[in-house]
Design a protein around this ligand. Structure first.
Ligand SMILES: C[S@@+](CC[C@H](N)C(=O)[O-])C[C@H]1O[C@@H](n2cnc3c(N)ncnc32)[C@H](O)[C@@H]1O
Length: 230
């Protein structure tokens, strides 16, 4: 790890809004004091101190959606999830500086989420510019693959909504195909969100690090929203 990354990572570990899993083989979380903490089913009570609904941002990178949504929705809780701590650092630091008590960050592999969230604990999931994994043989790693949808079912409430925003035609079409294959309908499908007149300001007002690069490259951004349980 480079010096700067290491510095960010070390600073991140001391943030009160940050939790991490240190070992994939050992599904436990540590907090900013390095203590092992049991958060499964307890995020509202133990971290947020309220009973507001919880939204996860998966593959959050620098966590712009967690930050942006938390600012817009003080009566909801948000957790950004990514495996890369040096990226999470930015969102977590800004949330602390802004006093956003309803935003937290979690460093873990998404595959381990059922270890850290109880059934019914999550109300919404945002998947924003996640890796498309272009090779067919890697399709199971796409965050909207049937495997991941089943995983989300283990932690989501019956009315849970999934949001996918992506520049990848491949991932977008794949996701629609997965939903069709399962006989699932979508609440909203919007191609080219920046040239359509906006369905919701949050879709274009909050822009992530990768999104800004894709916009600069003139790539089209698409969005689909669907209910997990139908
Ligand atoms: C293309 S980046 C997008 C980051 C951010 N959403 C954005 O739009 O700027 C994909 C992110 O997914 C994270 N990631 C990929 N697979 C993951 C997994 N299985 N568990 C946790 N994070 C993962 C990577 O670390 C990376 O930060």
């Amino acid at each position: 790890m480079g010096k700067d990354k290491l510095k960010r990572f070390n600073e991140l570990k001391s943030f009160k809004n940050f939790y991490q899993n240190l070992d994939y083989e050992k599904p436990e979380l540590v907090n900013f004091e390095g203590e092992v903490v049991e958060m499964k089913g307890k995020w509202q009570e133990k971290h947020f101190g309220n009973s507001n609904p919880l939204t996860l941002e998966l593959a959050c990178g620098k966590g712009e959606y967690t930050f942006g949504l938390a600012k817009r929705h003080p009566n909801r809780n948000f957790i950004g999830v990514d495996i890369k701590g040096a990226r999470i650092h930015k969102g977590a630091k800004e949330a602390l500086q802004e006093g956003l008590d309803n935003a937290a960050y979690l460093r873990t592999r998404i595959e381990l989420l059922p270890e850290f969230f109880a059934s019914n604990e999550v109300d919404q999931i945002w998947i924003v510019f996640s890796d498309p994994f272009p090779k067919d043989r890697h399709a199971k790693h796409r965050l909207t693959s049937p495997k991941f949808l089943e995983l989300y079912k283990k932690i989501c409430s019956p009315n849970a909504i999934i949001h996918l925003k992506t520049d990848s035609e491949l991932l977008f079409n794949y996701t629609l195909g997965v939903l069709d294959g399962k006989g699932m309908s979508y609440n909203i499908v919007e191609r080219d969100i920046y040239n359509k007149g906006t369905i919701h300001p949050e879709l274009t007002e909050i822009q992530t690090f990768y999104e800004k690069m894709h916009i600069e490259d003139g790539r089209m951004i698409n969005y689909v929203q669907f209910k997990l349980f139908q």
